[in-house]
Design a binder for this molecule. Structure first.
Ligand code: A2P
Length: 416
């Protein structure tokens, strides 16, 4: 008599709109397409999410890792979430709740949940942990609510002036304020002005192109590699709000910055670690940061090998071509894949990985080797296929090696 009615409880997965930098990583990662977005927010559909946690490790900000115990019939709908400017306060549940449908706590939630027809496991192509020796990253020190102001101290074009690819090297200085970063991390830039809905623009994310001790060693500054966006992925004319803002900045302008972000795409910190770096276009930013970290300690004898595969349309459209080619050949093994160079066959980075199979396999066989892939989304599959082919040719089992590389935080992707 008077026994409490059973309540169907859901552990609802939410994304914090105040921290999210709208990088699309979660939507791309979700194996069941539970994540969607509009021009305001990225949100999780409570009717589809199975709590598999696949989206949580890749999120650079941690904004994805928010959960609310909700009466299922009162779960926040996609429409409601799209309108949020901040997460709602926790609600208390009617007591006692019947626990049969409460999902496990975060640590256990990778277990397959109740959604029908959902694959029990999801294996991303890259690692969701950093290399074992990576230094400790700081994340989210500055947020949408508490951005920091940086000073522009440099803005230079790093591609041929006569080419379509207008790529800039932009240097930001933080003055006295702390902004600790590691190679492979990114920051968010808040462009000024309002979007079509009259709301402040959300942040755009850019990878650092400079190492942890500054664009200029010992200075509290960093650099970004930004391509001016003038068309969308389909080739139609489009005006990139933040890229155009950044590429047009003048010295002494100020910029609102949030971050830093990223806790997995980090370089190993132990002596004699080897890096295989594979990139296209502005995906060269983290590779420049890591290469520069190695270059600054070239005389210590601590460096492992560096092997770079870099794709661009032509030499003149390859950012940092001049400085890159000046690096000593015994310091870095440079492989340029040019796709539209007159009089040359079209080459992609994956073609060059195959050409250099022997050297790639030798590095892969060394547990001190980490692989970083950054740039166009389309190259992800091509690079994985090339790595599979070269390891299989050398008599190794790619599926075993791929698993080891992921588990040990030695294979990282950042594509867009
Ligand atoms: P393409 O000439 O076929 O576009 P972008 O200049 O657009 O940023 O591209 C950088 C380089 O990446 C270009 O050489 C481009 O070649 C190349 N690329 C395009 N798609 C792929 C892919 N699927 N895999 C590897 N490289 C690619």
């Amino acid at each position: 008599m008077n026994a409490p009615l059973p309540v169907d409880v859901l552990r609802q997965h939410l994304i914090d709109p105040e921290i999210c930098i709208r990088c699309n990583t979660c939507e791309e990662t979700c194996p069941v397409d539970a994540i969607t977005h509009d021009s305001n927010n990225y949100v999780v559909d409570p009717d589809i999410c199975n709590g598999c946690m696949a989206c949580v490790p890749p999120c650079p900000t941690g904004s994805i890792d928010n959960w609310r115990l909700m009466v299922r019939s009162e779960a926040y709908s996609v429409q409601e979430q799209l309108g949020w400017e901040e997460l709602p306060k926790e609600k208390s549940l009617p007591t006692p709740a019947v626990e049969s449908d409460v999902l496990a706590p975060a640590a256990d939630a990778a277990l397959p949940a109740s959604a029908p027809g959902v694959a029990a496991t999801f294996t991303p192509a890259g690692a969701s942990v950093p290399p074992w020796s990576a230094a400790h990253p700081y994340v989210n020190l500055y947020t949408h609510k508490t951005p920091m102001t940086a000073n522009v101290v440099g803005n230079y074009r790093v591609t041929g002036a006569d080419t379509e690819s207008d790529i800039h090297h932009i240097v930001l200085d933080f003055g006295e304020l702390p902004f600790p970063v590691l190679e492979g991390q990114s920051i968010g830039i808040l462009p000024p002005g309002l979007d079509a809905q009259g709301r402040p623009h959300h942040a755009r994310q850019y990878s650092l192109a400079s190492p942890r001790d500054g664009e200029r060693a010992g200075y509290n500054n960093l650099s970004l590699t930004v391509k001016r966006v003038t068309e969308d992925h389909g080739g139609a004319a489009a005006h990139g709000v933040c890229s155009n803002y950044l590429c047009d900045l003048a010295k002494n302008d100020t910029v609102q910055v949030i971050g830093p972000f990223g806790h997995t795409f980090l370089m190993p910190n132990h002596p004699r670690a080897n890096l295989i770096m594979i990139c296209t276009g502005t995906g060269s930013a983290p590779m420049r940061a890591m290469t520069e970290r190695y270059r600054r300690r070239i005389d210590t004898g601590e460096n492992g090998k560096l092997m770079l595969f870099f794709g661009a349309r032509t030499e003149r459209e390859l950012p940092y071509f001049g400085p890159l080619m000046k690096l000593p050949r015994d310091f870095i093994d440079i492989n340029l894949a040019l796709s539209r160079e007159a009089g040359q066959p079209k080459r992609y980075v994956q073609d060059l990985i195959r050409d250099r199979a022997e050297q790639v396999c030798a590095l892969l066989a060394d547990r001190n080797t980490c692989i970083y892939v950054c740039g166009l989304k389309g190259m992800e599959v091509g690079v994985l296929d090339a790595l599979r082919d070269v390891t299989m040719q050398s008599g190794q089992d790619w599926s075993i090696l791929h698993d080891v590389l992921r588990r040990e935080g030695r294979l990282h992707f950042e594509t867009y």
